[in-house]
Design a protein around this ligand. Structure first.
Ligand SMILES: Nc1ncnc2c1ncn2[C@@H]1O[C@H](COP(=O)(O)OP(=O)(O)OP(=O)(O)O)[C@@H](O)[C@H]1O
Ligand SMILES: O=C(O)C1=C[C@@H](O)[C@@H](O)[C@H](O)C1
Ligand SMILES: [Mg+2]
Length: 296
């Protein structure tokens, strides 16, 4: 095969009539027509042969992921748009996106709050009175959260307990009987219910809330979020000291799991407004640090 042929692939399969391919075909025709782009121009810009594009547009070509990405890039849309998984972004979105892309992380956080205030009816006065704690098991969310609520004279809520109340069964049972997706739905419902209530509050969230984008966005929009963090060793020590002896049985594997969960979530926890590092500190010291962090 020549280099030129390798760069301009031909259709591999023909799968006429497949609804997925038909949907791709109509989407591709529409996107290309909207851009008044000839097949030849799209072929040139995407480095996919004109004949193959014709087959895709007829619903008979089953493109590889790489080719779909190239075509999407040439059309200037995310690949999900081509697959009809997401709607084509409205034209006004692009200049706003470009503007946001030029901001620093701190400016982006500010922009997020301004937009939430303006368009999501988030009240900044209420947001200041609502503190949510995120972090991995044993970080100290419940311990410090309860004390903080007591000091501020506001209610303390354990989101995991609220979920159990919502489901009328224990967390373990939710995971075993209903699965992860049901847990996420209940978590969202429990959070919405808390946030719909009046006044200030302190919420200790479950360690995995940050992995659910919409729920985490809601939390960030309505609360000042604090990441309570410590080292993997201290997380483990605290969990074991609380009487959970499961990690002891295979301590190496448990530590590996904990480190990998922490590493995979770190960039999500880091989106919190504030970070409290409790490593090497006792509970009283961390509580004072938390008060200072919130009311410098
Ligand atoms: N500097 C510290 N700050 C907070 N807690 C500490 C500190 N040092 C030790 N601890 C102890 O660590 C434990 C923290 O547990 P806690 O239940 O509050 O964590 P959590 O983040 O709520 O965990 P989970 O996600 O399992 O609910 C408590 O037993 C607390 O006394
Ligand atoms: O960190 C986690 O993955 C979890 C922590 C718990 O609080 C629960 O919210 C749930 O079991 C998930
Ligand atoms: Mg807790």
């Amino acid at each position: 095969m020549t280099r030129r042929q390798a760069a301009m692939p031909e259709a591999a399969d023909t799968d006429s009539g497949d609804p997925v391919l038909q949907a791709l075909a109509s989407r591709l025709r529409l996107l290309r027509a909207r851009r008044a782009m000839t097949r030849r121009a799209l072929a040139r810009q995407s480095r996919v042969s004109e004949r193959y594009i014709a087959q895709l547009e007829a619903g008979t070509g089953n493109a590889s992921l790489v080719l779909l990405h190239r075509i999407a890039a040439a059309l200037g849309v995310p690949v999900g748009v081509l697959l009809q998984e997401v709607a084509e972004p409205p034209p006004e979105l692009l200049p706003v996106q470009r503007l946001l892309e030029r901001l620093s992380p701190a400016q982006l956080a500010e922009a997020r709050h301004l937009l939430a205030e303006r368009f999501l009816a988030v009240r900044p006065d209420l947001r200041r009175q609502r503190i949510a704690l995120v972090g991995l098991r044993g970080a100290g969310k419940s311990t410090l959260g309860r004390r903080l609520a007591g000091r501020r004279g506001v209610p303390f809520h354990e989101l995991d307990r609220e979920i159990e109340r919502e489901a009328a069964v224990e967390l373990r049972e939710i995971f075993e009987m209903q699965g992860q997706a049901a847990f996420r739905r209940l978590e969202r419902a429990a959070l919405d219910r808390l946030l719909a209530g009046p006044g200030g509050m302190v919420i200790a969230t479950g360690g995995s809330l940050v992995t659910e984008p919409d729920t985490y966005e809601t939390l960030l929009a309505h609360c000042r979020v604090v990441w309570i963090r410590t080292s993997p060793d201290e997380h483990m020590r605290r969990v074991v000291e609380q009487g959970d002896l499961r990690p002891i049985r295979d301590s190496r594997q448990a530590m590996r799991d904990l480190k990998s969960i922490l590493a995979s979530r770190e960039s999500l926890y880091a989106r919190a407004d504030l970070v409290l590092d409790t490593s090497g500190q006792d509970e009283d010291r961390s509580f004072r640090d938390l008060l200072d962090l919130l009311e410098p």
